[in-house]
Design a protein around this ligand. Structure first.
Ligand code: GLC
Ligand code: CA
Length: 541
């Protein structure tokens, strides 16, 4: 059976910021449908949608109030079915986001739970405090602050590893598993290709003892990350549901995953692939928020570690939680060149590449703003926390801006008209990204040298050379900012050389004068070296 995810790339849509069809300033499903031809033109095969379920959107849809309904801001179930059908016509498959570590506090299950009604009370994790006024343990939420909320009517606390509007489900309760299996079948039967499973490595809480350390966020994770119960549940979901559908994809978002558990996820058929976080932590300095410079050699070490030990990776630079990649791993001065160098790496490493909307244009973050105005609950939580720190305002704002995810959720740039073609109305729900008026679909489409046309060429190359999808990863000795590796399939092999720095470099002697057919060459020719962010891909047979 052909597995589309082994050859096809994934394009992530953040629906709220992709395309607004009706002028309310919020992206929607009809907007997505109107852009399917564009998406297909990039050369991706799979489209992952961040959540579109009914939600009060305290965490922008990662707080689901009804898994069987589409949020009215985004459209209706008929719109969604039309999206599936129209996507299929263009050879695209749709992946949904599965958010089941928690629901929204407005989900009817939780509303019933709050009244102490059975069976719903046991769908969530309620516990008595240690003593009056003291939560059951010292765990802190991923968004900082205590992970417990007191319910006076019940005399109990409920657990929320994220916002208090996101109560954690109780995965010890077999009813929860049954409900989730039904949700999965409901969408798979409609023709959905699979799921990106939100924070899926923390759903089963092994114990409720105090956490070690003093981390203001995520304290206690040694009691719930990648527990045996978690592995068991994933195996069950795969066996009971996914294995019954021919070709499908199950991608885990696995916070702080390690190699050992990663190997198990794949080996024991729990997930098809999973997102790692080590590479995107490399530029996190003080408070996990202030940016620091990334050492490309360190980046190479981290990426190669997973390439060598995990049979199939989910590769990414960007998503709706991560600041845009050029300023982090590339260079604003070499905006296009570094966007292409990073794109080359993404599309030539082994695994499935994930491209976040706008990344194919070299989009940047939205400009920094007063964090008080952020719509992101994570930024708001950090703002609350840092109020107690007696820090100067500018530093507090800088920390919050480092966390704030509004910046990477800026609306997609379709053209250089006043609202960038995102909305026919007069206002978008969020600030637009920083731009020079040329990094939008309309301009880049016409420019053969654009980042967009690079992505198209590169995806085409990937489709034509099986080495780049199914080949082994063979790292070659290299130093500094040079990435040198081969992708080998049988007798065929492609050599990839990337200079991930703003300085020209010399190539090691053994990589000079390589014989073969050049498939890709970016940046000027310099003798025995590579220019800033220069790239070569050579078919070395
Ligand atoms: C994941 C999502 C993020 C969300 C969190 C809680 O990390 O990507 O956007 O805030 O889970 O659901
Ligand atoms: Ca709209």
């Amino acid at each position: 059976m052909e597995q589309l995810w082994k050859s096809g790339a994934v394009y992530q849509i953040y629906p709220r910021s992709f395309c607004d069809s009706n002028g309310d300033g919020v992206g929607d499903i009809p907007g997505i449908i109107s852009k399917l031809d564009y998406i297909a033109s990039i050369g991706v095969k799979i489209v992952w949608l961040s959540p579109i379920y009914k939600s009060p959107k305290f965490d922008m849809g990662y707080d689901v109030a009804d898994y069987y309904e589409i949020d009215p801001e985004y459209g209706t179930m008929e719109d969604f079915e039309r999206l599936l059908a129209e996507a299929k016509k263009r050879g695209l498959r749709i992946v949904m986001d599965l958010v089941v570590n928690h629901t929204s506090s407005e989900h009817p299950w939780f509303r019933a739970a709050l009244k102490g009604e059975m069976p719903y009370h046991d769908y969530y994790i309620f516990k008595k405090g240690k003593k009056e006024g003291v939560p059951p343990n010292n765990w802190t939420s991923m968004f900082t602050g205590t992970a417990w909320e007191y319910v006076p009517e019940l005399g109990e606390y409920y657990l929320h590893l994220y916002d208090k509007a996101q109560p954690d489900l109780n995965w010890r309760n077999p009813k929860v598993l049954e409900e989730v299996e039904n949700i999965l079948r409901f969408y798979l039967d409609k023709g959905v290709y699979g799921f990106r499973c939100d924070v899926i490595n923390q759903i089963y809480k092994e114990s409720f003892e105090d956490g070690a350390g003093r981390n203001p966020s995520g304290r206690g994770q040694e009691h719930y990350l990648m527990t045996e119960g978690n592995h068991r549940i994933l195996r069950t979901l795969y066996e009971d549901v996914f294995s019954k559908y021919e070709d499908h994809i199950v991608v885990g978002e696995t916070f702080n995953v390690d190699i050992e558990n990663g190997i198990r996820f794949l080996r024991d058929k729990e997930l098809d692939m999973f997102f790692t976080f080590e590479h995107v932590a490399l530029d996190k300095g003080l408070f996990g928020a202030l940016p620091k410079k990334v050492n490309p050699a360190k980046l190479r070490e981290v990426l190669y570690k997973y390439q060598k030990s995990i049979p199939w990776n989910a590769n990414y630079w960007e998503n709706h939680d991560q600041h845009r990649c050029i300023a982090r791993f590339g260079s604003l001065k070499y905006r296009d060149a570094s966007a292409k160098a990073l794109g080359t790496l993404l599309l030539t490493l082994k695994g499935t590449p994930f491209i976040y909307q706008g990344q194919e244009l070299g989009m940047l973050d939205a400009p920094m703003k007063d964090p008080e105005t952020s719509t992101d609950c994570a930024a708001q939580a950090v703002l609350r926390l840092t109020k107690g720190f007696h820090l100067p305002k500018w530093l507090r704002y800088k920390i919050c801006n480092g966390i704030d995810r509004d910046s990477c959720r800026a609306p997609m740039s379709w053209d250089n008209s006043i609202n960038q073609g995102f909305t026919p109305g007069d206002k978008a729900w969020l600030l637009f990204a920083e731009d020079d008026g040329t990094h939008n679909v309309a301009c880049e489409d016409k420019n053969p040298e654009s980042v967009l046309n690079f992505y198209r060429k590169m995806l085409d190359l990937r489709a034509k050379h099986e080495e780049l999808t199914h080949g082994n990863f063979d790292p070659l000795p290299s130093k500094g900012p040079l990435f040198a590796f081969r992708r080998v399939l049988g007798k065929a092999s492609i050599l990839v050389l990337i200079n991930l720095s703003a300085k020209a470099i010399k190539l090691p002697v053994y990589l000079r004068n390589i014989e073969g057919k050049t498939l890709l060459s970016l940046g000027e020719d310099i003798p025995a070296g590579l220019p800033p962010f220069g790239v070569r891909a050579i078919d070395v047979g």
